[in-house]
Ligand binder design. Structure first.
Ligand code: NAP
Length: 289
């Protein structure tokens, strides 16, 4: 079997079209475009690229972009008061603080300070809690994007064995909540998993989000599985690779996401969709359609 490659750019483009159409429909009803504040602290090169892509996506879709750049030496109190200012600015729909934060800044406190209805990353405990209770509001972007990729290949979820490798707050855990909500039977593996291979061999749907190139070997893949590789790793020669051995996996899986061009474009697309959803939350009751 040779896996079909799931093209994240094509699926993301469909999400962009929906968001663009909705923003145009809002404009025709006299509603302002959604507005996203992107806060970049310090000058980590990877964070700079991610934020640049998010700002470019805003521009492409007609979302108003408010770029905010702070020095790596910004004290926690100043960052929190910047978030308070954005929280109370009624012209701002979404607030994204690019992670990881430099130095001693406390990301959990920063995430919790963002108003849940402006938390377009979907990381606030309120939004994760809503997802856990099957009443999602703003969903964490990367897992939500993985769900759209899976839906794009006709995945039905009910009763399917889904295995997640990695249990972080931003990918693994909310990914488990998404798959559980969709009706899959979910196993979460992490650093203390005793026999990772044995768990992976059971997976009909495999989502890997660890950050270790080649962690998952091609011959561990269950024949016919759908494999979603969230990992992004920069190799010494400059190439980007995922966490899954691509070539070996391609021989066994039915579907496989590439790195780059798989999950990455979906994360940005879902951020745009969340920004639109946040703008709808901020429309007055008479403006909501
Ligand atoms: P993270 O916070 O470092 O979490 C990694 C997770 O992997 C942790 O839960 C860790 O377990 C687990 N882990 C570590 N070694 C393991 C092993 N040998 N076997 C099984 N699990 C293991 O990373 P993250 O933020 O979730 O990101 C993971 C990867 O996805 C990174 O490469 C990142 O760049 C990428 N990413 C991509 C996108 C995208 O848009 N494509 C978005 C976000 C992240 P413990 O919990 O026990 O420590």
């Amino acid at each position: 079997m040779t896996a079909k490659i799931i093209d994240g750019k094509t699926v993301a483009a469909r999400v962009y079209t929906l968001v663009r159409t909705d923003i145009a429909a809002r404009a025709s009803r006299g509603l302002r475009p959604p507005a996203l504040a992107t806060v970049l602290i310090g000058n980590d090169p990877a964070s700079e690229i991610y934020v640049r892509n998010k700002r470019a996506a805003c521009q492409e879709l007609g979302i108003r972009s408010l770029p905010i750049e702070l020095s790596a030496a910004t004290p926690q109190a100043q960052l929190l008061s910047e978030i308070d200012r954005l929280n109370s600015d009624s012209s701002v729909d979404g607030i994204l603080v690019q992670l990881p934060l430099p130095g001693v800044l406390d990301s959990a406190a920063v995430i919790e300070r963002i108003r849940p209805d402006k938390d377009v990353d979907g990381f606030h405990p309120y939004n994760v809690g809503r997802l856990a209770q099957r009443i999602p509001l703003l969903r964490p972007c990367t897992p939500a994007g993985v769900m759209v990729l899976l839906e794009s290949i006709g995945e039905k979820f009910h009763g399917r064995q889904a295995v997640i490798v990695g249990a972080s707050n931003i990918v693994g855990r909310p990914m488990a909540l998404e798959l559980l909500r969709a009706g899959a039977v979910v196993t979460i593996t992490h650093r203390f998993t005793r026999d990772l291979r044995a768990d992976i061999e059971k997976a009909e749907i495999l989502v890997v989000a660890v950050g270790k190139p080649g962690l998952v070997k091609g011959d561990w893949i269950r024949p016919g599985a759908t494999v979603i590789d969230v990992g992004i790793n920069r190799m010494p020669d400059g190439r980007l690779v995922g966490d899954v051995e691509f070539e070996g996996t391609k021989e066994r899986a039915a579907y496989l996401t590439p790195v780059p061009g798989g999950v990455g474009p979906m994360t940005v697309a879902m951020l745009m969709q969340n920004t639109l959803a946040a703008a709808r939350l901020h429309d007055g009751p008479t403006e909501r359609s």
